[in-house]
Design a protein around this ligand. Structure first.
Ligand SMILES: [Zn+2]
Length: 238
């Protein structure tokens, strides 16, 4: 509440603006929003529209474990700063805006979803950061869409090293076995269309690890939804 008494500032650069929890025009212009045509599986932009659902070369070469992924923007420097400030500096003022962005980017996935599940943090880290940003995003999207969020059905059982600076292969090994269905909760996953929410998809190693666990528990569908996605130039080659 105290925040609302202060003059509104841009959630990225702190410049004075007209309303709370928003970006200034300059920061907004720096965000590279992902727009159709998209790869039906990976959600990465494709160079042209053939008028039918199609796949990127990356999705065909190595199909992901999850069914579909969607992200709001390319993981640029601006998005990295925004997400880092949300994650590490307890700056929750962006939550409402981020939730709206996720609901929009994930509209197709959320339309007939049964459950929204955040990528869980390891408990010690959760305590250290005081909150799980993915859980907050999942609850924000749930409020906007009416799709229930369950922040406890998926658990992180392995303390993983930070993924920053690791190669794709190192990231895969790092998160292998890191997630499990919480004890006694398998029935809540079976047959369900699930949307897993995370802040960023980089190599997709975490997304794959979560999807693998949920699919093994017989989830009918597992889609990934993130604020930002790292997009490799190779994804553009059809
Ligand atoms: Zn700004």
């Amino acid at each position: 509440m105290a925040d609302l008494l202060l003059p509104p500032v841009c959630i990225a650069c702190r410049a004075r603006i007209g309303g709370h929890g928003l970006l200034c025009g300059a920061c907004f212009a720096k965000i590279d929003f992902i727009a159709p045509p998209l790869c039906a599986r990976l959600g990465v932009p494709l160079p042209y529209d053939t008028g039918e659902p199609h796949l990127s070369a990356a999705a065909m070469a190595s199909p992901p474990v999850y069914d579909r992924a969607r992200a709001m923007a390319r993981y640029s420097e601006t998005m990295r700063d925004l997400i880092q400030s949300f994650k590490y500096r307890d700056r929750q003022e962006g939550l409402a805006l981020f939730s709206r962005w996720l609901a929009k980017a994930g509209a197709e996935l959320l339309a007939d979803a049964d459950l929204i599940v955040p990528v869980p943090l390891y408990r010690a880290r959760l305590w250290w950061r005081r909150f799980n940003q993915s859980a907050m995003l999942a609850q924000g999207v749930s409020r906007l869409t009416g799709v229930p969020a369950d922040c406890f059905v998926l658990a992180r059982v392995k303390r993983t090293a930070s993924q920053v600076g690791l190669t794709a292969e190192q990231r895969r090994r790092n998160v292998a076995g890191a997630f499990k269905i919480a004890p006694g909760r398998a029935a809540d996953v079976r047959g369900k269309a699930i949307v897993v929410v995370d802040d960023v998809i980089t190599t997709g190693a975490t997304a794959e690890a979560c999807a693998r666990v949920l699919k093994r528990a017989k989830a009918a569908r597992v889609d990934m939804l993130a604020l930002a996605r790292a997009i490799e130039p190779a994804a553009f080659v059809l």
